[in-house]
Write a protein that binds this ligand. Structure first.
Ligand code: K1U
Ligand code: ZN
Length: 175
């Protein structure tokens, strides 16, 4: 197991559309476990491969808390999400991001989603009616795979409030 470095706002890799995983190999499963360890250590509730410098479609999430009886890690290769049909309004939630430290702001997202992905055995899986913090986290992580950060989705007012922090962060990453 290994703790990996997390890329920060301003690093180019965070803005690249990640490539699909062609085959779930033992090396990629090991990478997913290293990502989980990195996420627990940060601490965070999710992590996407571009955040540790790998532009591939792999995300991990665990929305349990350290003090809970058991952890519930999720590893998704090539995740595809869609909003569930029916009554499913956009809900507000104050998000953060390990790649955008010290900024928290409200983002609107569907409350209930469907997730299709490959599991660690390379089998196709489908989760229906995923809701709550797990749905929130998966949507945030899938955005990372598209090169999208939560700060792209915040209100103009919140953006203005955080603009100088973002500029400083970005400048500090340029060589
Ligand atoms: O993608 C990331 O950078 C991880 C991010 C995930 C996330 C947070 C909030 C809403 C949606 C997705 C984080 O984990 S930020 C840290 C965080 O939320 C947290 C940290 C410790 C305990 C509980 C939450
Ligand atoms: Zn993030």
């Amino acid at each position: 197991m290994a703790i990996l470095d997390i890329n920060i706002y301003g690093d180019e890799v965070l803005r690249v559309k990640a490539k699909p995983v062609e085959k779930v190999t033992p090396e990629l499963v090991q990478l997913a476990h290293d990502m989980l360890e990195t996420m627990y250590e940060a601490p965070g509730i999710g992590l996407a491969a571009p955040q540790i410098g790998k532009s591939i479609r792999l995300i991990v999430c665990d929305v349990t808390r350290e003090e809970d009886d058991a952890r519930d890690p999720h590893i998704f290769f090539n995740p595809e999400i869609s909003a569930e049909d029916g009554e499913n309004p956009l809900l507000p939630y104050e998000e953060g991001c390990l790649s955008v430290p010290e900024i928290y702001a409200e983002v609107m997202r569907p409350g209930r989603i469907r997730v299709k992905a490959l599991d660690i055995n390379g089998n196709a899986i489908e989760l229906r009616n995923v809701d709550g913090l797990l749905a929130r986290c998966i949507q945030h992580e899938v955005d990372h795979l598209e090169g999208v950060l939560f700060v792209d989705k915040i209100s103009a007012a919140d953006r203005a409030l955080n603009q100088s922090k973002l500029k400083k962060m970005s400048k500090s990453r340029k060589v």
